[in-house]
Write a protein that binds this ligand. Structure first.
Ligand code: SF4
Ligand code: SF4
Length: 740
């Protein structure tokens, strides 16, 4: 078909692509390696499995039905058609090249492949037409109305405001459709020419259904030279546009076609644990950055995230901050960082780049920040939240408005939804670390919580001596008096000091006593786990507390006991983060523990509890630790109780209550409250009681009910309280632990 032309085509397009790939790769390397990534067999096995499921299998794509399936169709088609493209390029040098007969039409593998390829090409056309329908007809991307997202998840806008008919995604869709049609044209015209050469009627095999249809359509053309011209057009169009497509990718949002596989492979295997700042004291002394200050503090994976964002908007559609009109929109946070990365290429690598080699190997850049114009004036992202600059500047406040990072509740709804495994919480907390520990810039309300945690071991700064008062009269031993207790009940700050949460702690304790669990508490030896401090970016304070708590717990050999807690934040940090500080504990949330007691017959609900209950999933229990079933199973075990769900926003899609990420101790931005929005969703489910399993959620939802004037009508109770209502507990209070 033309060896010279094919050589020119391949050399020019692959050469250009290599240059583009080099440019993108060198920008990845301005970051730092992810310290948690290791090339050991355990990690590699897990990463390969995850890549197969999420990158090749597209597991998260069908979340948005039509767009999801359309994407799956196109993605599979590209994987299948890669071999076809290689074969066509080969035919540029050798007519009829078919991988030494294996893919020839006389070989069963060739027939099978041809059949799959034609179906895949058809799926790509259908998928592309579906996307055109979404963009042009349904305009699901482009309502331009931020309110549209509030009650029904939808795709948000792409990077550019898609008011224009021909945007980059549309161009790409047309390239895909015409590439597939070109392949059918090539196969169909080849069939016509073959039939004429042998003087036979057109005979298309089962393995070329669409090529056969195309051949029938072309059979009316009398001129062989016209058919031959169409065959050449199909061949060159398909062969060349694959390569042109390849060259567009590094400069478009479709770069994810290439980066999704390495990005998913490098995914954060511990998304429920923030990375530890190693050698914190040393870094402070050396005045090194403790968090994410500039692009150069991002990890390689963070930078790959920027390349890989598909701009689908799932993250923002499910983000409590975004849907209550805060400045934070996770998608636009990624796009702002990506724009900044691309815009700084000249500053980093151009002729005039002021590049020095500092001792830690990072690239040091000029830090001027004036004069950048906001470019992200999206209707759904409040103006002024996101900027771009072409010199490497501090990300906060130059590229991202401080409110962007302080609006996050660390709920991980974005990460749960993201089809390409982009992380947010570690980046946002990384930026908070820089603000808090290096610049002393943070919402002023947090100062009280920091002081309280440091002075009295609780964010409300109440006396540490009162920590065990909630248990008065319950005859619960202290671990110091009963070091051989089998179970430690870690109470947490909220249940120790908040009057409403204390009632939950008492219900938990009574249920444990009823089930004859041999447990003890730490009393005044317990202190804050440090969760609010860590999520607020005060890693320094957190590490102090973590070390202190680990010392206390290891002193009692708690690693040989079970630890139960009714606070998902304590549950997560003790179980998933204290390991980095030498504390390896078997931590169980009270929902799992109580459910286990029910299953074992140690607790038997004997009293009916009438009413309709809707369960609110805590982020740190659900998305962080996949505990979705136990709370529901506890409620379902109670006679007379009817369990209902919030449509869409339940389980892994449950909307945050608004308290996590230290929001509990900050003034919420703007007028619209996350807790009110969540409460409204729960109220709309038509229940008489909202059940929860987290003291923070309880506070937020109770406030929400008051705000909606529904607090008389609808109750807000912990699952332990509801279970306690169903169990005979009259004599439990006066009886010592494990003595019934
Ligand atoms: S963690 Fe939650 S609040 Fe933060 S960006 Fe993601 S979805 Fe939004
Ligand atoms: S971060 Fe993920 S979910 Fe958000 S727009 Fe990008 S690809 Fe979609």
């Amino acid at each position: 078909m033309g060896p010279i032309w094919m050589t020119l085509l391949l050399a020019s397009t692959l050469g250009l692509f290599s240059w583009s790939a080099y440019r993108r790769l060198r920008q990845v390397k301005v970051g730092v390696p992810d310290p948690r990534f290791a090339w050991n067999s355990e990690q590699i096995f897990d990463r390969v499995k995850t890549t197969l499921v999420y990158a090749f299998g597209q597991k998260r794509m069908p979340n948005y039905t039509l767009a999801g399936f359309a994407h799956v169709g196109i993605f599979i088609a590209f994987q299948v058609l890669l071999l076809n493209s290689l074969m066509l390029w080969g035919r540029g040098f050798q007519s009829g090249f078919d991988f030494w007969g294996v893919l020839s039409e006389s070989h069963i593998i060739g027939k099978g492949y041809s059949f799959v390829k034609e179906l895949a090409a058809f799926a790509a056309i259908v998928g592309s037409v579906a996307f055109l329908y979404l963009r042009w007809v349904k305009r699901g991307y482009d309502s331009g109305d931020p309110k549209a997202v509030k009650d029904k998840p939808r795709m948000t806008l792409g990077h550019q405001v898609n008011r224009y008919v021909f945007t980059e995604p549309i161009l790409i869709l047309f390239i895909i459709i015409t590439m597939m049609l070109a392949d059918f044209l090539y196969v169909g015209s080849s069939l016509v020419l073959d039939s004429r050469a042998f003087g036979e009627p057109i005979h298309a095999g089962w393995w070329e259904p669409f090529g056969g249809i195309t051949a029938q359509l072309l059979s009316g053309l009398e001129s062989d030279s016209v058919v031959r011209a169409l065959q050449h057009a199909g061949f060159w169009w398909h062969s060349a546009f694959v390569l042109i497509f390849l060259n567009i990718l590094p400069y478009s949002k479709h770069f994810h076609v290439l980066t999704v596989i390495p990005n998913v492979f490098a995914y954060d295997r511990r998304p429920n644990a923030l990375p530890k700042v190693e050698d914190l004291e040393g870094k402070v002394e050396r005045e090194e950055s403790l968090g994410i200050k500039q692009l150069t503090d991002l990890t390689y994976k963070h930078i790959m995230d920027l390349y890989t964002c598909t701009e689908c908007g799932r993250c923002s559609d499910n983000c409590p901050a975004y849907i209550t009109n805060k400045k934070l929109s996770p998608k636009h946070l990624t796009l702002a960082l990506r724009d900044h990365l691309y815009a700084t290429e000249q500053a980093m690598f151009g002729k005039d780049a002021l590049v020095a080699e500092p001792s830690d190997g990072a690239v040091e850049m000029p830090t001027t920040s004036s004069g950048e114009e906001p470019i992200h004036t999206f209707p759904q992202a409040p103006e002024g939240g996101y900027f771009v600059g072409d010199t490497v500047v501090d990300l906060i406040p130059n590229i991202l408005h401080p409110d962007v990072i302080w609006g996050c509740t660390s709920c991980r709804a974005c990460e749960e939804q993201c089809p390409v495994m982009i992380s947010y919480v570690d980046k946002i907390i990384g930026m908070r670390r820089e603000e808090v520990m290096m610049k002393n810039e943070f919402p002023s309300e947090l100062q009280g919580a920091f002081n309280g945690i440091e002075t009295n071991g609780n964010p409300w700064n109440l006396s540490s001596m009162d920590r065990g008062d909630w248990a008065d009269g319950l005859q619960i031993p202290l671990l110091s008096d009963k070091p051989d207790a089998e179970v430690l009940y870690w109470v947490g700050c909220a249940a120790s000091y908040d009057d409403r949460a204390k009632k939950v702690a008492r219900s938990v304790a009574k249920l444990l006593k009823k089930a004859r669990v041999d447990f003890a508490i730490l009393g005044t030896e317990e202190t804050c786990t440090g969760d609010p401090a860590r999520r607020a970016g005060n890693e320094y304070l957190f590490q102090m507390l973590a070390e202190q708590n680990v010392q206390t717990l290891n002193g009692y050999q708690v690693s040989k006991k079970a630890v139960i807690t009714a606070c998902p934040h304590c549950f997560n940090i003790l179980g998933n983060e204290y390991g980095d500080f030498g504390g390896h504990f078997d931590v169980v949330h009270h929902s799992d523990f109580l459910n286990g007691l029910l299953v074992a017959g140690k607790l038997v609900p004997s009293k009916a509890v009438r009413g309709k209950v809707v369960y609110h999933d805590s982020c740190y229990l659900g998305r962080y630790n996949q505990v979705y079933d136990s709370p529901r199973q506890i409620l379902e075990s109670i006679e007379g109780l009817e369990l209902t769900e919030v449509p869409y926003w339940n389980r892994n899609k449950g909307l945050c209550c608004g308290a996590g990420g230290a929001q509990m101790f900050m003034e919420e931005q703007g007028e619209e409250r996350v807790n009110n929005k969540r409460t409204l969703q729960l109220v709309d489910a038509g229940a008489t009681t909202i059940a929860s399993a987290c003291p923070y959620c309880m506070t937020m939802l109770t406030d929400g009910l008051k705000k909606l004037d529904k607090d008389e009508e609808i109750g807000q109770r912990d699952i332990a309280e509801i279970l306690a209502d169903a169990i005979e507990l009259d004599e439990v209070e006066d009886t010592p632990v494990a003595a019934q």
